[in-house]
Design a protein around this ligand. Structure first.
Ligand SMILES: [Zn+2]
Ligand SMILES: [Zn+2]
Length: 164
């Protein structure tokens, strides 16, 4: 069996997704043992989930911002108002990021409590999310944008290599 890409090299492994035969170089090329096509497909899925993860907080941010901007205030300074609206909107939009950080910790013991376990669970988790979100949001956004960029770059490289 020869490599799907290098037909002079013997295959030592195969793509985890589609089973194409791959030489050593090809199967070690990426962290996941995938052929070029499957890697692109896999990365597109990762990218879409990152983009989806940014859409919800983005909507919260825009809605909050427009809402607070439309609230009339006495003796308002327009810059102070915009700044205030930005801060409050950031605060609300950061909650889903905090929630996601907390998803890594299991609070299941609270859910076992007989009365109002769910209620307590959501109140505690919601409160902590507000706190943690404030700090974790910039890291999340930075990391996601960086990943999306590197996925796009890799895809470009594969396509250029294929065309040549
Ligand atoms: Zn494959
Ligand atoms: Zn190869």
């Amino acid at each position: 069996m020869k490599c799907y890409k290098h037909n002079h090299l013997d295959a030592v492994g195969q793509c985890q997704d589609c089973g194409k035969a791959m030489c050593k170089e090809c199967s070690d090329q990426y962290t996941l043992h995938l052929c070029d096509n499957c890697l692109i497909g896999n990365n597109e899925q990762v990218k879409n989930s990152f983009i989806k993860g940014l859409i919800f907080p983005g909507i919260i941010f825009v809605v909050c911002f427009l809402f607070f901007l439309s609230v009339p205030m006495d003796g308002e300074n327009i810059f102070a108002k915009i700044f205030g609206a930005l801060l409050i909107s950031y605060y609300f939009a950061s909650v889903p990021f905090g929630w996601r950080v907390l998803n890594k910790i299991k609070f299941n013991f609270i859910l076992m409590m007989p009365i109002g376990g769910w209620f307590v669970y959501f109140v505690i988790k919601g409160g902590l999310s507000m706190l943690i979100g404030l700090f974790s949001t910039p890291f999340f956004i930075y990391k996601h944008i960086k990943e999306i960029k590197s996925i796009n770059r890799l895809k470009q490289e594969i396509l250029v290599e294929k065309a040549s």
